[in-house]
Design a binder for this molecule. Structure first.
Ligand SMILES: Nc1nc2c(c(=O)[nH]1)N[C@H]1C(S)=C(S)[C@@H](COP(=O)(O)OP(=O)(O)OC[C@H]3O[C@@H](n4cnc5c(=O)[nH]c(N)nc54)[C@H](O)[C@@H]3O)O[C@H]1N2
Ligand SMILES: Nc1nc2c(c(=O)[nH]1)N[C@H]1C(S)=C(S)[C@@H](COP(=O)(O)OP(=O)(O)OC[C@H]3O[C@@H](n4cnc5c(=O)[nH]c(N)nc54)[C@H](O)[C@@H]3O)O[C@H]1N2
Ligand SMILES: [Mo]
Length: 772
């Protein structure tokens, strides 16, 4: 077994390579004690579901058991490498406390039941609500962790079958801003760049992205470039000294919530120093004058003062970015989970448009995803979007979708955008939403302001269905719990952050009576007898391959065109969409030709106001962007809504460690990973520790206006004034139910008005030594 070495060194050995060369292969392997490569029964193709990188590997199987994993040497994403979660995460599958039978609530207790009983309760309640208040009383809250086939099935049954507008994914918490920023700038979702851009870049800029811990194989790629000839310069924007910051040429440790001020300062410098590509701007974009006008007020001195950084450092970063030949930028939660999330992320796109750094090798923007299958939630319309990046406000797009599903268009047309999960929580709170079906997400830990979320999910008038692998804080609140088959126990496809599609095949049977999410959704649709306009079953498929084919039809001619893919091709290697007759082997980059999916007839959105989130409407868009160019969009900097005060003097930010995935339902059950980070902690600066009488290792109370947690103090070189708490730790495994460890006890019910993504990285807190 690749042992504890990789716990201590998550990135493994270096394989240096030169600019423009091919990233060398390094095959990582982890097998159970006593198992060798040559006594494995079979290897089953798959990829990681513990982040968005899409690391490809084969699952080692002996008998009916998963006994390890081996990275795929030929895959474009990882070239054989695996990160610690990839290496050990599969061990959670065999955990003894998997959910193996459905549970239903009887006299206040969850008790074991058979599938008929559980499904009859759900179908009974659905019928009752459809006959009464109608489809708007029913909501679905899904994930970024199911498979494409499952999302497309859920979308079909929810939107075309039941006809509700209330379907969203936890992608709302994760990559809603990635999607929204791409829509705002390029007219449509779809990652412009490719991971191979890393191989060619001379500058890599990471905005609020701790890639070293969150897509660590991608960081290995960057480390290997740094170790080779002609290494790239790195610019890191993060209040903490992350491993990325430590390796960076320039580290801008901005105050939380000041990203837009920083971006305006950087763009000011680029324009003032004329580090911009006038031809590109004239030919391919609109909006330059407005942007130039906005940033005119943001000289480095002002931006640096707002961000709490050194003016010369900001200038240096602008110089590095402005003089780059091949610029790659990545953006993630430090930008997305803030009050001006979309506004800030759009400025990164602006830099690439201003510098003409798009659609060429080494010139890519990666508005990153986080979850392994978040891209598919968005593509399939299992979030607040419509399948195939269709525009909810464009009647022709709705008609086209109605044709695909063979239903009446009015069933799909709600005259407003699909409901986001924060709005669903409001609707449940007000009593309008009466049934919520949660699949593959743990909102009782991951949504902001948990005291409120618990109250809502516990509400007497809300019928809560939860479909998971394990008992969780959320299943505890459910009326019906459905045991699901997980990764390795079912077949399906999923797409990573650079549009690479992988196939994950069933390796072993699920435990007990657990069933795949696909089978559960289809069972529900059949029991409800959902039908299309011709009286045919809806969804009209019975298995993953059928769902995939139906999705291919839905994606045909759309930007995310899957028509050229099939399971057989994907068994060999990951392939990037679009994959169709024009691109039979997939497409490395989008927008190579400056042709954006932004014409009024093709765009996914008519755009929103970056301050208010107000949709612009079709007429305004047609007038503004008749030829479908990329859009340079300015944004004013706004103060974060909860600023520090005498009572709450510190800024709280939250995030991740390399060893855990989210609410730890998997990684908490993997001994090596759990041992590496067993308890919640709070990172604080030496200055703040001293001011509060705290020593490294002390237990401290972290208190916000909404709640408090107790965490072990870690004194780090985080910038003074800021506290970081990982959000992984819920309360299900603490003996005392009142002992709260979840960062979201502290966070606020607030979101970016454009993407509706909650601002998990902005709250004010105080620290008090714990004496209990
Ligand atoms: N190990 C591990 N990997 C994961 C996951 C996991 O749970 N564990 N989850 C996956 C998922 S779903 C996601 S979304 C990604 C997330 O991946 P990342 O976005 O890289 O992770 P985070 O730790 O949430 O946040 C990134 C950084 O934002 C910084 N930050 C906080 N506030 C601000 C701010 O105001 N401005 C700026 N510029 N930076 C700020 C934080 O200090 C933090 O280092 O990771 C994926 N990969
Ligand atoms: N404070 C704070 N809060 C945050 C964040 C932050 O940075 N700070 N980040 C946000 C982000 S980016 C994200 S992505 C969310 C993540 O938040 P969640 O989605 O709530 O976290 P997970 O623990 O991944 O929950 C997924 C659940 O699905 C189950 N599951 C896994 N695979 C399957 C499957 O195949 N079928 C079924 N039915 N169930 C399955 C798992 O057991 C687990 O219970 O948290 C968000 N919340
Ligand atoms: Mo995420």
């Amino acid at each position: 077994m690749t042992g504890p070495r990789r716990i201590r060194n998550p990135w493994g050995e270096r394989s240096p390579y030169a600019r423009g060369a091919r990233w060398p292969v390094r095959v990582d392997l982890c097998l159970t004690e006593g198992v060798e490569v040559d006594n494995v029964d079979r290897w089953v193709p798959s990829a990681s579901v513990l982040h968005s990188n899409g690391d490809a590997f084969d699952i080692a199987v002996r008998g009916d058991r998963i006994v390890g994993v081996r990275g795929r040497a030929n895959d474009r994403v990882n070239r054989g490498r695996l990160d610690p979660k990839d290496l050990f995460g599969w061990q959670a599958n065999a955990s003894p406390d998997r959910l193996t039978t459905p549970l239903v609530r009887e006299d206040g207790q969850l008790v074991e039941a058979d599938w008929d009983t559980a499904m009859d309760r759900i179908v009974g309640r659905t019928r009752e609500l459809l006959d009464g208040p109608g489809p708007d009383a029913i909501g679905f809250y899904t994930s970024g962790q199911l498979f494409l086939e499952e999302y497309y099935t859920l979308t079909t049954l929810a939107r075309a079958g039941i006809g509700t507008n209330h379907l969203d994914g936890n992608t709302r918490l994760c990559t809603a801003t990635a999607a929204e920023s791409l829509k705002q700038s390029f007219g449509c979702d779809g990652q412009p760049g490719s991971y191979t851009d890393i191989d060619h870049a001379d500058v890599i800029t990471l905005y609020g992205h701790n890639v070293a811990e969150t897509q660590s194989v991608l960081w290995s790629r960057i480390l290997d470039r740094l170790a080779g000839p002609q290494p790239p310069a790195l610019v890191c924007v993060d209040p903490r000294r992350t491993p990325v910051a430590a390796a960076a040429t320039v580290h801008l440790a901005v105050l939380p919530g000041t990203n837009v001020a920083l971006m305006n300062g950087l763009i000011h410098e680029l324009i003032e120093r004329d580090w911009i590509d006038h031809d590109y701007i004239d030919t391919y974009t609109i909006g330059f004058d407005e942007l130039a006008k906005m940033v005119a007020d943001w000289p480095a001195v002002r931006a640096a003062a707002v961000c709490g950084i050194d003016e010369d450092e900001l200038r240096l970063a602008a110089n590095v970015i402005g003089t780059a030949d091949h610029l790659v930028s990545t953006v993630l939660q430090g930008f997305y989970q803030a009050h001006q999330a979309t506004a800030a992320a759009v400025q990164v796109n602006n830099i690439h448009l201003l510098r003409g750094m798009l659609g060429r090798a080494g010139c890519g923007v990666l508005q990153m995803n986080g979850q392994p299958t978040a891209q598919n939630t968005r593509e399939c319309g299992a979030d607040g979007d419509l399948p195939g990046f269709r525009n909810w406000a464009n009647r022709a797009h709705l008609e086209d979708l109605a044709r695909v599903w063979n239903v009446e268009v009015d069933k799909l047309d709600h005259g407003k955008p699909p409901t986001d999960v924060m709005q669903m929580m409001d609707l449940a709170e007000s009593g309008d939403l009466r049934m919520l079906w949660v699949s593959a997400t743990n909102p009782a830990v991951s949504l902001p302001e948990l005291a409120r979320i618990r109250r809502i999910l516990n509400g007497e008038n809300l019928f809560l269905v939860v479909q998971d692998l394990f008992p969780t804080e959320t299943t505890e609140l459910a009326d019906v719990v459905l045991p699901a088959a997980g990764w390795g126990e079912k077949t399906g496809t999923f797409t990573n952050a650079d549009r690479t599609v992988h196939l994950s095949e069933q390796a072993v049977p699920p435990p007990g009576q657990a069933r795949s999410d696909l089978a559960i959704f289809l069972d529900f649709a059949r029991r409800l007898d959902l039908r299309d306009r011709s009286g045919e079953l809806l969804p009209g498929w019975d298995d993953p391959a059928g769902a995939f084919r139906a999705w291919q039809d839905c994606s045909a001619g759309r930007p995310c065109d899957y028509t050229g893919l099939d399971y057989r091709k994907l068994r060999d290697q990951g392939i990037q969409w679009p994959c169709n007759s024009a691109h039979p082997d997939g497409a490395e980059r989008l927008y190579a030709d400056g042709a954006f999916f932004a014409t009024p007839d093709s765009c996914e959105t008519y755009g929103k106001d970056l301050v208010t989130g107000e949709p612009a409407g079709e007429a305004a868009y047609r007038e503004r962007n008749p030829h479908g160019r990329a859009m340079l969009e300015p944004a004013p900097y706004l103060l974060a809504p909860e600023s520090c005060s005498a009572d709450y003097p510190l800024a709280l930010i939250t995030g991740r460690t390399v060893y855990h995935f989210h609410t730890r339902t998997k990684t908490g059950r993997v001994p090596r990973l759990q041992a590496a980070a067993p308890e919640v902690w709070a990172e604080i600066s030496e200055l703040d520790a001293a001011a509060n009488g705290i020593v490294h290792g002390d237990r401290v109370r972290v208190i916000s206006p909404r709640g408090e947690i107790i965490a072990a103090a870690r004194i780090t070189d985080i910038r003074p004034g800021v506290v970081f708490v990982p959000f992984h730790y819920g309360y299900w495994d603490t003996s005392d139910g009142t002992h709260r460890r979840a960062a979201n006890e502290l966070t606020r019910t607030d979101w970016d008005p454009v993407s509706k993504q909650p601002s998990f990285k902005s709250a004010a807190v105080r620290l008090v030594p714990w004496t209990g």
